[in-house]
Design a protein around this ligand. Structure first.
Ligand code: GLV
Length: 322
């Protein structure tokens, strides 16, 4: 008998076909998000699951899934998975590194440029029929070229963002949990600085750290006060790294000039005041969402699941086997 697996959300047909060659698959092509109760019920008799960042895998859930051996995230971030609980329950957990960094970096640049040059605000004005003609002082933005880019979190995505800054002839500074090798710093044309120096010097600060208890509200009122008043903040990493309520206050008071945000605390229920601000660019957690990349992510997650349940050695295992 084939192992039984659940696919928690809609995926591309090639990933489903591949999984079907190895498993008895319960799909969810209707894409309805599952409540924790529905997820526990659906996983009660399953050996594996292809999951997304909208499913929380914790001890309470795993206690109800005695047959589960692997959960494979279609995402590089894995703050939705409690790895200690997985290890305690003998469940392998995997993510999708190496396939989405370039697309995510591209999108970070879309947010940087859109925020600095007020692209969405100007488009909304035009679409509303308010444009009566060219004006010298219309939608004055801030320059990206030759500015100082601060990168908080210099993993694969942070590095890809840094490499793209060369075209804009920027000064690139970064802060990270550990300093990168001289070779990597050179390839990124980036200099390591303390967090305080990063905050003080960046014209554009972009966040690329994973979310964990250690990075919860890493940026809030205290940190915003250390930034330049004309600085802009970009977050295409995870909600929760930035204190959203504090950011809204900083944007309203002119402590920061603008923000470009793809991720939010408690998404999709983002703080309602964001919608009232004109100096923000807001997108619905789509930084990795080019068609080619989302297809690769789904396939890599499926490959992880097949390897986990057939060999016990998925390529992107997040913790040592229990
Ligand atoms: C998307 O947010 C991811 O972590 O891949």
């Amino acid at each position: 008998m084939k192992p039984k697996i659940l696919v928690t959300r809609e995926v591309f047909s090639e990933a489903l076909d591949f999984l079907g060659q190895h498993f008895d698959v319960t799909p969810n092509q209707g894409d309805a998000p599952m409540s924790p109760e529905a997820l526990a019920k659906a996983l009660a008799d399953k050996n594996g699951a292809l999951i997304t960042l909208t499913e929380k895998i914790d001890a309470a859930l795993l206690a109800q899934c005695p047959k589960l051996k692997a959960v494979c995230n279609i995402a590089v971030g894995f703050n939705n998975i409690d790895l200690n609980a997985c290890q305690a329950h003998g469940v392998m957990a995997t993510n999708t590194p190496g396939v989405l960094e370039d697309s995510t970096a591209d999108f970070t640049w879309a947010l940087i440029l859109a925020t600095a040059r007020r692209v969405t605000e100007a488009e909304q004005y035009l679409r509303a029929g308010k444009w009566s003609g060219w004006k010298l002082k219309q939608f004055l933005g801030v320059d990206v070229h030759h500015a100082t880019l601060g990168i908080l979190g210099m993993g694969r995505v942070g590095q890809a963002v840094a490499r793209r800054a060369r075209g804009f002839e920027m000064t690139v500074l970064y802060h990270n949990s550990h300093r990168l090798s001289a070779e990597v710093e050179k390839s990124c044309h980036a200099a390591y600085v303390s967090l305080d120096e990063l905050l003080a010097r960046a014209d554009i600060l972009t966040v690329h750290t994973p979310y964990s208890p250690a990075t919860h509200h890493l940026l809030g009122t205290t940190q915003f006060a250390k930034m330049k008043p004309n600085a802009i903040l970009i977050n295409a990493a995870r909600g929760g790294v930035v204190d959203d309520a504090a950011l809204i206050t900083a944007l309203k008071q002119g402590v920061l000039a603008g923000a470009g945000l793809d991720v939010f605390e408690n998404e999709p229920a983002l703080h309602a005041d964001f919608l009232k601000l004109t100096n923000v660019v807001l997108t619905p957690h789509i930084a990795s969402s080019s068609e080619a990349t989302r297809r690769r992510m789904a396939m890599l997650a499926a490959e992880n699941l097949v390897a986990a349940l057939t060999t016990g050695k998925p390529p992107n295992l997040l913790h040592p086997p229990a």
